[in-house]
Design a protein around this ligand. Sequence first.
Ligand SMILES: [Zn+2]
Length: 317
Amino acid sequence: MAKRRSSRRRTLSEEERAEKRAAERELAAKAIEELRSSEGWQRWLTVRRRFHRYSFWNQVLIALQCPEASYVTGFRRWLELGYSVRKGEHGIRIWAPCPPSKKKVKQWEKEGGDPHDRPRTFFRLVAVFDRSQVDPLPEFPGGPADLAPPASQPITGDGLAHLLDPLSRLAGSIGYAFRVETIDGRAEGLCHRGEEWIAVEEVREGFSPNAQIATGIHELAHALVVIDSQKDDPKLTRAQEEVVVECVAFTVCASLGFDTSGSSIPYMTGWSEGDEVGRYAALIDRLARRIEDALLEVEPPQDERGGEADIPALAAA
Ligand SMILES: [Zn+2]
């Protein structure tokens, strides 16, 4: 449907295109700037729990434009689900992939299919609407689709105990031993990077199977900060690493279905510039994604991954 609309659209002039790009960069910069305040940071991490399958850039765009959003999709998709967007509602702009047309791909194949010239998927801003902006359609066959969120798990319960195996497998995949044992002292988990092992406390009175999973995620994040480090990552002090790891644990637990409503969201202060906080947030998102992918054991939909590279770089804003 989006395709049909775009082909009907007239081509933009060079000037209009530059203007559009500038507006897009401004929106991206504003979304990152929001993260510098404690409220903006919390909005992003809260939005992330519901939109962890979305790219980092789409998460911050949703946090900026509609932080209470819980389910978004396009105008026509809402109709297919049995809802209509209310008159006067403003769309939330997020990046959507536009794969090359079949015709372009065929043409490329005919010309030899040089992998360097392969027609690319590009990303453009499209409007989506949140469930709070729609009404159910009367007399929709079979009734409108059920949008109820899945029930959340108390941290004191055992509903997520089955995640212990995948957690241990993920540790193994990065060369870490994963042990469940009685830990001396006050710690409920340990991560020894020199000897490459993670230990979590045994389930006991006051330490539930779900709490054990949450602890394991925290310790695994400590290991991943080093194992998964990339050249653009910020250099972390011990205290900063602790906040990053806590944010990873918070957001992974939230997206796995833990009830995190009562927990406070860790926050770091003292940002000098927007792109500094952006780099921390991107790191947290990347580490969280790595753990979520392993624990949910499903591949996230392709169309929501890897879009960042095509989004105007913040440095250029
Ligand atoms: Zn820690």
